[in-house]
Design a protein around this ligand. Sequence first.
Ligand code: GLC
Length: 730
Amino acid sequence: MTEERIEAMLAELSPAEKAGQLTQYFYFKLPGEVDPALGVDAGEQPRAVEAALGRGGVGSLLFVADPAETNRLQRLAIEGNPHGIPVLFGFDVIHGLRTIFPVPIAMAASWDPETIERGQAVAAREARAVGIHWTFAPMVDIARDPRWGRIIEGAGEDPFLGAAVAAAQVRGFQGGGIIAGPKHFAGYGASLGGRDYDEANISEYELWNTYLPPFRAAVEAGAGNIMTAYMDLNGVPASGSHWLLTKVLRDTWGFTGFVVSDANAVKSLETHGFAADPADAGARGVLAGVDLEMAVSEPAYDHLPGVPEAADAIDASVRRILAAKLRLGVLDEPYVDEDRAREILADPQHRAVAREAARRSAVLLRNEGDVLPLDAAALGSIAVLGPLADSRRDTIGPWVFDFDLDETVTVLDGIRRAAGDGVRVEYAQGIPVTQRVFPSMFDMFGGNRPADPDGFDPALELASAVDLAAASDVAIVVLGEYQNMIGESASRSSLELPGAQLELLQAVAATGTPTVLLVMNGRPLDLRWAAGHVPAILDVWYPGSQGGNAVADLLFGAAAPGGKLPFTWPRTAGQIPMFYGHTRSHEPQNQYRRYWDEESTPLFPFGHGLTYSTFEYANLSVSAGSAGVDDEVTVSVDVTNTGGREAPEVVQLYLHQRHGRASRPVRELKGFTRVVLAAGETRRVTFTVGPEQRRYWHAAVRDWVLDATTFDVWAGGSSTAELTTTFEVR
Ligand code: GLC
């Protein structure tokens, strides 16, 4: 039935209409300005797209989130082509559409696949309600260079955590009724120097063992789409790589969905010096395996009718696009109910899910003397300081477009609510709102940062903030990066706190008032001074629409933080790249003095995160002291909450292969589970360790291998876990 219907539609299409089905246009309704970053004329571009809709030249649109608009454009599409084929609407629903969730790196920090799945299901429900059929997410690029701004969009440095998070997001999105589009295939996070879009040169050893596993997990979870990457991978543009898009994705992994290019990435095959001209770019894109071209204007696929040698590839691509429309039900129900959309976007249950996700994402980096949780009953006054504390736009982070700033709860809002009437909560900005250090390509979507108040005097403002801190029982300082300092086209050469933030923190700490630092970020920042002088540091990331409420829940103890770092936190940018899963190499005893001018250890290790209680690990055991190379063993450990209150813990399992046909990492995450234990409670946690967890891709053998060897096993609450045992594989 499905195949027959698709074949019948395909048979009716002219070469130009087939090219149209393989073309996806941005549809911009900008506030009338021409944006140089995109070279888009606010009037001309939408008109050109509507003309293309009218001649059956469009298969998909992106950047429309209003139900009335999706219905209007859908009607243009259906009435515009004689076959009445509707368009697919895609959008960047990265961490929420109207209800904004914590940024993806924050959700990864929850190490809680169920919460991640639940959050993306909410996002999918809101997206489908307004007529969006497909999200360009999850971003599953492994990132080991935090200078790269897009680290915020993924799940950090580790392939095992990255794979679990990727699969959970795909389940969430597709369970919620939209296609998930894992991106950017592949290796984008290894861009040279962390510079966005620059080339990535990755050995096959690293590709197969580190960068590809999250994509494979997403494909195995049933992702319906994959998006290509912008940069050159080992000398070939990822968006023109037949090896990546056909040999790996389809022939090796059996992917049956459709592939979309990143924005203009097919046209830019010419920019790369790979294609000779736009027609060549179009031919090589579709022959490599790019089914759908995402373009702002003048698509390369307009040239496809003139490429007869690509006719079979074009038909195969059109079949995949039509199959996606059929499977989603778009062919039979192309329009949405606008009233129903409004109801769904306003569902208070969505806010509750976002608040819980933000609670579970925060990472307690330091809590000397148990400064946290605060006891509101014992406090008379709280000083809340720093521009990020009261910035709705920054609280929801980058990669959001359909947000409602009026309903966004800032950290200041949340503290005021939770502290209650008996506590005086006062706010001071303290420092200038650091002017944007560059024109961000996303500023055109609104949310530009408010300017400093008229007559703002930095010295006076700093002094009044310090006076407020000195006169308060506790000072809560919110520092980090403004939301447009991270994300796409927002890489940095340093990790320092931008502007005068450190100066503010040092002045506040010098008053002697107990100080709590809240970090609003998406990458690790240089907290060397804070880690030695500020007793409590809680990483709240960009916590989303309900962020202020979630942060207050954690500050006052209504919930205990349980997040764990999804990346290694360097002391300084000079240590980059730095990740826990490195090999032992020569003279490991010097591991701590690899530099003469700085420690060689991270400021905080991968998997680190504290809570309001303590945990002990004991009785680590393996079901068999020796196992065959293809056998599974189970590893069990007792976890006890040895503190005074219920708290969450992420139990982590790490392996190390002592010898074999390759040097293997000193530790690799191979299991984790989040538990919540009452005070005094002990739980025995069990992991399965089989060939899948022990195998690795060997550079010389050029295939997956399993060694007969001895494995070290660790279990604990971070990558520095000490409880260990071993087992043999013969
Ligand atoms: C952007 C990004 C990609 C996004 C696409 C559509 O340039 O690279 O992640 O999904 O274009 O906005």
